[in-house]
Design a protein around this ligand. Structure first.
Ligand SMILES: NC(=O)c1ccc[n+]([C@@H]2O[C@H](COP(=O)([O-])OP(=O)(O)OC[C@H]3O[C@@H](n4cnc5c(N)ncnc54)[C@H](OP(=O)(O)O)[C@@H]3O)[C@@H](O)[C@H]2O)c1
Length: 341
């Protein structure tokens, strides 16, 4: 079986990562690669990569040749081209934030403009295979999760599902490599600004990924708890190209099993979640250039109701293009690990 793939935004960091990963996939073929500002050029002429693929404008993209279209565009621009692909009967995996939030008013609040297609929001499946595998298999539109949200949700999932949170206030301290900000240059991602520093930004409850994370965590909670889970989130820009480390702090109820056993049991059948043995600490190097989320679990000495979780991913792979291919594999009934190991 061959899945024909269209890519909107092939000239960005997630787009070129997708091209690279698809090149190793035995059941995928690129039907078109899009760029608006470099239409007519070849991918290898636009950025330093070996992929000699022609780039087409959105108006010239042969949608009829694609079984699935990935959108690697900025939020705002993405929704319109996703709609165009859906109207042409294609299945769509959107790497932007345009279809991740269930509520159009929440989207408008965080993204600064009304959602252009609120009617499509109920159609979108949040593309975290560890939670929504069955729904992804049937989906016409998959909202691929954000990079920070992937690292935080996977780091909390077993405890949330087990109803183990003693305190609905969760603290997540996250560090990301600079490719997380995309290829377009800006002063804050300029080499000299980033190099040899570590910069917190959008701390507290100011980052756009906050509502996405809280939406998922609260949906995963069993029963109807009195208070919603609330997050204090501290993202940082780390002077490396790729990778995310999230350190999560929480207070838990007494459990029938230890936290490490709970994590090992919950993720036993997950091909892309690796739980480290007791005593080891996850690092970005464990996960970089792979589709794995690598997690370590740390009870806090002398404070039996406290635990720290470390979850590391590669923002461009499990945090974006790798997870998108994992979703494609699920949607088309392929081996979920195809092209990703
Ligand atoms: N970077 C990450 O780690 C990461 C992780 C998860 C999700 N995401 C999300 O994935 C999406 C892509 O991120 P990225 O980091 O790959 O971005 P990027 O490096 O800035 O690339 C953006 C791409 O979109 C195209 N583009 C920009 N503005 C456009 C417009 N108005 N209309 C049509 N095309 C436009 C650009 O193509 P041309 O300029 O060549 O036309 C380029 O191919 C974003 O929504 C981002 O939030 C990123």
């Amino acid at each position: 079986m061959i899945v024909n793939v269209g890519i909107f935004g092939a000239t960005g960091y997630t787009g070129v990562e997708l091209v690279k990963l698809l090149g190793r996939h035995s059941h995928a073929r690129i039907a078109f690669a899009h760029s608006e500002s470099h239409a007519g050029a070849r991918l290898s002429e636009v950025l330093a990569c070996p992929f000699d693929i022609p780039l087409v404008s959105a108006d010239d993209a042969p949608l009829h040749k694609a079984d699935v279209v990935f959108s690697c565009l900025p939020h705002g621009a993405s929704a319109a081209l996703c709609k165009r692909a859906l109207d042409a009967g294609r299945r769509v995996i959107d790497l932007s934030a345009d279809f991740r939030l269930r509520d159009a008013a929440t989207y408008a609040h965080w993204y600064g403009h009304p959602h252009p297609y609120p009617d499509l929001l109920p159609l979108a499946v949040y593309g975290l295979p560890e939670v929504h595998r069955r729904e992804i298999a049937q989906a016409q539109l998959v909202a691929n999760p954000g990079c920070y949200p992937t690292s935080i949700i996977l780091g909390l999932l077993p405890l949330i599902e087990a109803g183990a949170l003693a305190d609905p206030l969760v603290i997540a301290d996250s560090k990301s490599g600079v490719s997380g900000a995309g290829r377009k240059p800006s002063l804050t991602t300029h080499f000299v600004e980033v190099n040899e520093s570590l910069a917190p930004y959008s701390i507290g409850r100011a980052h756009r990924h906050l509502p996405e994370i809280e939406q998922m965590l609260n949906a995963l909670r069993p029963g109807v708890p009195p208070e919603p889970i609330r997050l204090i989130f501290s993202p940082h820009l780390l002077p490396i190209s790729r990778g995310i480390l999230s350190m999560i702090y929480l207070r838990i109820n007494a459990l029938r099993e230890d936290v490490l056993t709970l994590f090992n049991r919950r993720y036993a059948d997950e091909p892309f979640v690796r739980i480290l043995p007791a005593g080891q600490i996850a690092t970005i190097a464990h996960a970089a250039h792979t589709n794995y989320a690598v997690i370590s679990v740390h009870p806090v000495a002398e404070l039996p109701d406290r635990v720290q979780i470390v979850c590391c991913i590669d923002n461009l792979v499990k945090g974006a293009s790798g997870q998108a291919i994992q979703n494609m594999n699920v949607m088309f009934g392929l081996d979920e690990t195809e092209g990703l190991r």
